[in-house]
Design a protein around this ligand. Sequence first.
Ligand code: G6P
Length: 432
Amino acid sequence: VRKDSPLIIGAGDEENFIASDVPAILKYTRNYYLLEENEIATIKSDRVEFCDMHKLPIKKEVQVSNLDMDAAEKGGYEHFMLKEIHEQPNAVKTTITPRIVNGMPDLSECGLTLEALKNYRKLFIVACGTAMHAGMVGKYVIEKLARTEVTVDIASEFRYRDPIITPEDLVIVVSQSGETAALHLAHDKGAKVLSVVNVKGSSIARESDMVLYTHAGPEISVASTKAFSVQMSVMYLLAFEMAYAKGHIDENECKRLTAKLAEIPDIIEKTMECEKKCKYVSSKLITAQSLLYIGRGLDYALSMEGSLKLKEISYIHSESYAAGELKHGTISLVEDGMPVIGVATQTELLEKTVSNIVEVKSRGAFTIAVCKEGTEFSEGVIDEAIEVPAMEDVLMPMLTVIPLQLIAYYTTVLKGLNVDKPRNLAKSVTVE
Ligand code: G6P
């Protein structure tokens, strides 16, 4: 019986399967049936029958998965996480290419026409974990370019507060799995729901009024990486198109930004050159008890993601702080040798963030900067700088995330821990 959590029935030859997701059965068959909530399947080796709660028979169409088998295997990498980090250029390309038409973003496939985008009053982005951090990037970019208010909520908080939502608003649910329990409730609040989801036919996709699928392919490692990049890429398309629809940028500027986004997959590939350096920096982190990630603006959103990635798999306590907020309490934690990672890619905020790095350095911190190629720091401020290619500030998160993911990965590997399956965590959190 399917109840609350996803369930599929794999239809093989003289053998049938019960699984929670398609990659689990791919080795045996591509054919499967999707169970809806409360539906019942009776499985024999040679047949499968379906009925509803009242035992009334149901006829179901067999679905054929086109998932790439290799995509569900490690393909030569030591861990799924490393494979998925390296799949990001392709995942982003596959997600954005069909949505760029004549140089302009085009999200009309799901009903997000220019007219609709022009008229939304306010956006609510609702998500959990890494997807919520992609939502934070979305908020910065949409507010900056489209001058439209965006609230980002953790789904489990959104559910129990009483947000002021009108029918002119749009609720955007962001989720890799499309099964995260707390997200279902976003639908009860009265506005139309757009979901940005990676898994076809997932519960959230089916419940939404509009769906924009991200095309990351199956993400197996519990720590989400490529899903984050594709979610951000959709946020950019949305921001650019909405900014144009609302008249805050003209067609030329919209095309220029879109072209920059289209270059991103190649530049992510180039960013991977920092891998060796990240491995080296990670070797300095493995004995740390605790560390801090700091940044401002978009860099703050990325600090949050970097910190989550590190703590969830390496079990090293870490916190992310808006750099300017450090001195309001947290800086008292800094002592000799404590690693502090300063994410400093935003030109306008660089000086401010650097002054916060100086503050922790003078208290003995071991300072690591993630910055644009060629960023210069005064002597003695930064112990290790990890440079990423320099791009338009607004797009930097697509690159900045790479070293943050790699640091989490290598620190965990060097500690000898289970990278893909960290303790106490699950890939899909289907209970609240
Ligand atoms: C779990 C996973 C995280 C993920 C979060 C949201 O906590 O461990 O990696 O970011 O759920 O999942 P979703 O599938 O909704 O994106």
